[in-house]
Design a protein around this ligand. Sequence first.
Ligand code: MSK
Length: 630
Amino acid sequence: MGDFKLTTVEEMEAATNRLLETGAKVGADAWQIRVKNQTPHCKFGEQGICCRICAMGPCRITPKAPRGICGCDAHGIVGRNYLKFTAGGAATHSDHGREICHTLYAADPNGAYKVKDPDKLIRIAKEWGVETEGKDIYDLAHEMAELALMEYGKPFGVQRWLKRAPEHTQKLWHDAEIEPRAIDREVATSLHMTHMGCSSKPEALVRQSLRAGLADGWGGSMCGTEFSDVLFGTPKPIDTEANLGVMNAENVNIVVHGHDPSLSEMVCEYADDPEMIAYAKSMGAKGITVSGVCCTSNEVAMRRGIPMAGNFLQQENVVLTGACEAIVVDVQCIFPALGPLSKCFHTKFITTSPIAQMPDSDYIRFDVGTAAEKAKQIVKTACENFKNRKPELVYIPDMKQKATVGYSLEALVKVLDGVTNSQVDVTGTTKPLLECVTSGVIRGAVAMVGCNNPKVRPDTAHIEMMKKLIANDIVVVASGCSAQAAAKAGLMDKAAKDLCGAGLKRVCELADIPPVLHMGSCVDISRMMILVSELAKDSGLKISQLPVVGCAPEWMSEKAVSIGNYVVATGIDTFLGVDPYVSGSSEMGEWLTNGVRDWVEAAYTVETDIDKLCDKMIERIEEKRTAIGI
Ligand code: MSK
């Protein structure tokens, strides 16, 4: 195994504890403290049986009070809360996708945003039946952006992207009446259904939850992913590094955080500008280091090799290093705590989106029209802040791992082609991967996604499960903070092949890939949906028959519930390590873990014991193999 060694969770925790000591010196708050203050959690909230959708309550369900004032029982209350949660997630991802479409609409050969992957744009245009012959690529980009934006509010028909799914899946969706129509309509309908005096029947609420989820994964998120690739380039394997040690004590450190690549791409662009580097030097630094947190980090890591400082529960750590000149955020998963925390240090907490405005931040409003100028302003502000550092507070844990990231579907098909040497282009088939699976060299695949959650020892579930899966010849595709957990530990280093079973190790060697493949950010789970669809089409199997499962062991956000719904609705059994506030209703539990199987051939498993959760996934994969005779 040479010098390769994984970074353990214990080592990461020790580094965090050291940073918390710095925090204590300056009187900083931290999520570890706030968790204690919030524990024990409200049992009604935890079980999903608190209702505050009207002003007659709030109503809480107990054995003595089994119904709310309107007469709704625990099943209706839990169901409505679940659907509202889903709608929040679907709205959020889809709005991210919408922003990307607007950026595409503003693309200009002489402007800040260009079309970096014209071939992909033409491929999608042809798929949508748009004439491409002889058309200027920017005219085509604007036409496609407008068509995509119409998907959010069109009065009739279903999502265009659904046609990418196998016919069998499309039929399941049609028959179950869960084909998503306009993206915004599914969110609005969900909120209509959960209004006082509308739906309280679990079956109807679960059905709409799947539909709103599909509007996200096969609608808004797919727009986000596909058009981000068109604008910023389709990811290909690229080397980077991960964990707090990527920050550089001698440089101006800019940390980008959030989700929308429109901002971070521009910040990276200007941080690389010789004029800005000279400016940083004039302020006493040796250069500029941009690193990332959360999915913004995934976006710029996949396309530019920008290092990943950490994932969701490490966002405060980057400030606690005392070496962060600016933490620049766009939208989603940003702790409001960063405001007061940054005031304890010299760090500038820069918010940029009207959608995510926070107290104690410097608000530099970012929009496509002024992107270049604002990005430059942000980089300059960070450089000027270098001189305000307090050297006595600077401590960057010496901890980082190598990672190869950027396995978009196109890249994955290409690298796996090397395994069999069959001739496919980037738009080719998944047959080489199928051959590995059917021959048993690889037993199956797990899509590991989602956040950190203090309810689970941070990163442990992601890392321990991945280690066990790859040792059992199960390849892992990862996105979001799960991908960053893997990268921080070293599981995205190609040398991690030595932790695999013999079959997967051989595939890693032949294809020159790590055993845990970085597929992108949260919206990029849409890439995984296209991958399973292609596998199903190329194999002649149904998606539900493939030895593939999904897993979010440490999830926390509304987006994760929306994702879970579209992954299940696509026919993929999904395993959760945190309960989605449904334990207060046996009927809701039954619908989600069993009933939905009649509609979409897949369901949820919720198991908070991580060992058991992993064993159940392996068992499920093996059951699926047996069922199709491989
Ligand atoms: S950032 S949604 S904490 S994965 Fe996409 Fe991470 Fe979860 Fe946010």
